[in-house]
Design a protein around this ligand. Structure first.
Ligand SMILES: [Zn+2]
Length: 258
């Protein structure tokens, strides 16, 4: 199974980058097809993208404790299973940021009915993780490295490990355009175990004019199906955080300080 997934995930999807085409996917390998069918049946999830197939192919045979209506719900259930109980939802303290065209009217309040119970759980997990000084300092360090790196945006994953919340960040895999982030295939292994993907908008120190996910970021979310974050650099000591997922759902989580 692993080699098939390596092959599949080697196609190199994306945030900030739109086109991924691989005519050989989904794999017709019988083992792969059987695993995906079985997982889809047990979990009640219907794959619509190549990455949904890859996500299902990583099913470990366990059934989530809660009903999962979407792939995002399933990813959140996996993270919630290993992370400790998150704190309650908090409304952002900072005023809403100006938006990119694609999402100008889309950010939702935390109390709006479009958000599912699992969406709110995902946001609570993120807010709890961002309370960790280790996570915040790692994010600012990665943002600083992204600022210095003129060849690509940076990104990575937020996850819970034995020692608490942590992030892993690295340059995107296609160097040559500082406005795009092309996610490394290894991130998808982590995302399909529940880690939350993020990327920076940090071409300059103040990127408030492009706060939040752009059109290609939303397309990437349609493709991978799991909750994601975009971290926008506002100043030396402030970052804007936005949560988004498939369906064009975007939530403004406000700012964090160094
Ligand atoms: Zn982006």
């Amino acid at each position: 199974m692993r080699w098939i997934l390596s092959l599949c995930l080697g196609i190199g999807p994306v945030a900030c980058v739109s086109e991924v085409q691989d005519p050989s996917f989904p794999s017709q390998d019988p083992t792969f097809v059987a695993q995906v069918d079985r997982a889809a049946q047990v979990l009640g999830l219907h794959p619509t993208t190549d990455l949904d197939h890859a996500h299902l192919a990583m099913w470990d045979g366990s059934t989530p404790a809660v009903t999962c209506l979407t792939f995002a719900d399933w990813a959140t259930a996996k993270l919630a299973t290993r992370a400790p109980e998150p704190r309650q939802l908090r409304m952002p303290q900072s005023p809403p940021r100006r938006r990119q065209d694609a999402t100008r009217r889309r950010p939702l309040g935390l109390d709006e009915p479009q958000l599912t119970a699992q969406d709110r759980l995902s946001v609570r997990l993120v807010q709890t993780a961002l309370d960790s000084s280790n996570v915040r300092s790692s994010l600012f360090r990665a943002r600083d490295l992204d600022l210095e790196d003129r060849s690509t945006e940076w990104g990575g994953t937020l996850d819970w490990g034995d020692d608490g919340w942590f992030i892993e960040a690295a340059p995107g895999q296609s160097a040559g355009d500082d406005t795009v982030f092309e996610r490394r295939p290894s991130d998808f292994w982590k995302m399909f175990r529940g880690a939350i993907p993020f990327h920076f908008h940090a071409r300059n120190l103040n990127m408030s004019a492009v706060a939040g996910p752009g059109g290609t970021d939303l397309q990437a979310a349609e493709s991978h199906g799991v909750p994601a974050l975009v971290i926008t650099s506002l100043s030396e000591d402030r970052l804007q955080v936005d949560w988004y997922r498939r369906g064009g759902v975007v939530v403004d989580l406000g700012e964090i300080e160094r």
